[in-house]
Design a protein around this ligand. Structure first.
Ligand code: KIV
Ligand code: ZN
Length: 519
């Protein structure tokens, strides 16, 4: 293969996770990091250990959980020595750990935020890198706001930190200000003017405030950058980071033009994107490049005709190349276990006999309600089946009444282990009544912050997917539920949030306040 390998540094769990609406807890971060390892990214930045106890524990858990050869786990830290100590404490068990340390170098940041002189900043950067090198020989340094940093000063800082032992130097466009040609030229200048640049990997980290983060990253690659920092679905601070799937597919599809390549297993892209959406409850916009719902849809008659004649008329890459199969009818209620297993395998799920048996029962239940079971339905079903959160409370029975002249009421039966509890409530509408009845049973009352509903696939018998954000004592939890009945999907979403809250309190269920038993 000609060209060079570009290192893919994924920061979904750090820059992505720190943006509003995307927070994840430890289990969710581990689940994502397992999938990132399957996607074969090179570096997973798992968090910012000094930022909070939760971040520390999450980085530690990811460092312990991911054991894939070739995958490095990074933790972010300021150049303060105590931050670096904390970062390494979290990372020390990783198969390969990287300390990523940063300090701002633009005059705006140095004057207004750090209140430090340029000399103090260089000294702090050098001291930080030296300290980090005592722990590991894999140290990355970022001059924050590098795109707006005076180029002479930037070269001076980079030279100093490479001398101090930085093995990767990253050029962040922290505020998404740069334009592609300009950013590419900056990378070329760094390569020309930093005398020891050959001793470090040159990396870029672009934000998307002006919608050019991917273009800037590609321009940087053309000018010598060999690591790109990016996120799944392009999530990240403000307008987000450069999207991993867009960079990777641009390199792959336009290899003739871009020359270089990555190690990413592109067939895992779609699954990774959907896993992130299902965990955060934030869906990708339909027209998003590569992973949007419409990215491979052909609506105009002339396009459909062309694609039927030869897909290459309007498709520059195949849906299969990102792990997406056409949403044709795949299974129905007469489909057998063998066809079900085969389809799941084609979608990338390998199940043992027991797990397959359970999934098959859930599939049959769905197929009884829904004539046509599409791939998207199967993916949703598998996400429910493989959730690491135990179903402490399970929906057994739900009856609601509502109407323009009726007081909305809900009767609910939930099981917990062998026990079954029942209660009823009235509310502003059937969903509100349902949630109140659930609260009365579980005694884990939550405050509903947001509620959204969408159809998973097309058609009047489509499954509804409800995503709720619920606050339990200030801790925000995302719950997701699916059903062909939207009130049932609403109930399942709320119960899912309750189950996560119970599980994440890390209490054995016996310690959770007893449910009200009114069987
Ligand atoms: O955007 C940024 O500058 C960052 C750095 C910490 C790399 O996220
Ligand atoms: Zn950033």
């Amino acid at each position: 293969m000609t060209g060079e390998r570009i290192i893919v540094f994924d920061t979904t769990l750090r820059d992505g996770e720190q943006s509003p609406g995307f927070s994840m807890n430890i289990d969710e971060k581990v689940q994502i990091s397992d999938q990132l390892a399957r996607l074969q990214v090179d570096v997973i930045e798992a968090g910012f250990p000094i930022a909070s106890e939760g971040d520390f524990e999450a980085v530690k858990a990811v460092a312990q959980a991911v054991d894939a050869p070739g995958v490095t786990i990074a933790g972010l830290s300021r150049v303060l020595l105590k931050d670096i100590d904390r970062a390494w404490e979290a990372l020390q068990h990783a198969r390969q750990g990287r300390i990523h340390t940063f300090i701002a170098t633009s005059s705006i940041h140095m004057e207004h935020k750090l209140k430090m002189t340029p000399k103090e900043v260089v000294d702090a950067a050098v001291a930080g890198v030296r300290h980090a090198r005592q722990y590991t020989d894999d140290v990355e340094f970022s001059p924050e706001d590098a795109a707006r940093t005076d180029i002479d000063f930037l070269c001076e800082v980079l030279t100093a930190v490479i001398d101090a032992g930085a093995t990767t130097v990253n050029i962040p466009d922290t505020v998404g200000y740069a334009m592609p040609d300009e950013f590419g030229a900056r990378i070329a200048t760094i390569r020309e003017r930093v005398p020891n640049i050959d001793r470090a990997v040159l990396s870029v980290h672009c934000h998307d405030d002006l919608g050019v983060a991917v273009a800037n990253s590609l321009a940087a690659i053309h000018n010598g950058a060999r690591q790109v920092e990016c996120t799944i679905n392009g999530i990240g601070e403000r307008a987000g980071n450069a999207s991993l799937e867009e960079i990777v597919m641009a390199l792959q599809v336009r290899r003739d033009y871009n020359h270089h390549y990555t190690n990413v297993k592109t067939e895992e892209i779609f699954r990774t994107s959907r896993l992130l959406s299902s965990i955060t409850g934030v869906r990708v916009q339909p027209n998003k490049a590569i992973v949007g719902k419409n990215a491979f849809a052909h609506e105009a008659g002339i396009h459909q005709h062309g694609v039927i004649m030869d897909a290459s008329t309007y498709e520059i890459m195949t849906p299969q190349s990102i792990g997406k199969t056409q949403s044709d009818l795949v299974l129905g209620k007469h489909s057998g276990r063998h066809a079900f297993r085969k389809r799941l395998e084609e979608l990338g799920y390998q199940l043992d006999d027991e797990a397959l048996g359970e999934a098959f029962v859930a599939f049959k239940r769905l197929a009884d309600k829904k004539k046509e079971v599409f791939d998207e339905d199967l993916m949703v079903l598998m996400r429910d089946q493989t959730s690491p959160v135990p179903e402490t409370f399970k929906l057994v029975y739900l009856h609601t009444t509502s109407g323009s002249e009726t007081l909305p009421t809900a009767t609910i039966r939930l099981s917990r282990g062998e026990e079954v509890f029942q209660d009823a409530a009235i509310g502003d509408g059937p969903v509100d009544a349902t949630y109140q009845a659930i609260d009365r049973i579980t005694q884990v009352p939550g405050k509903l912050l947001s509620y959204s509903l969408r159809a998973v696939t097309e058609g009047t018998d489509a499954q509804g997917e409800v995503v709720v954000k619920v606050s339990f004592n200030g801790e925000v939890v995302t719950g997701i539920g699916h059903s062909t009945d939207i009130i049932e999907a609403s109930a399942k979403a709320y119960i899912n949030a309750v189950n996560k809250a119970v599980y994440w309190q890390r209490k054995p269920t016996g310690e959770v306040e007893e449910p009200r038993a009114t069987p």
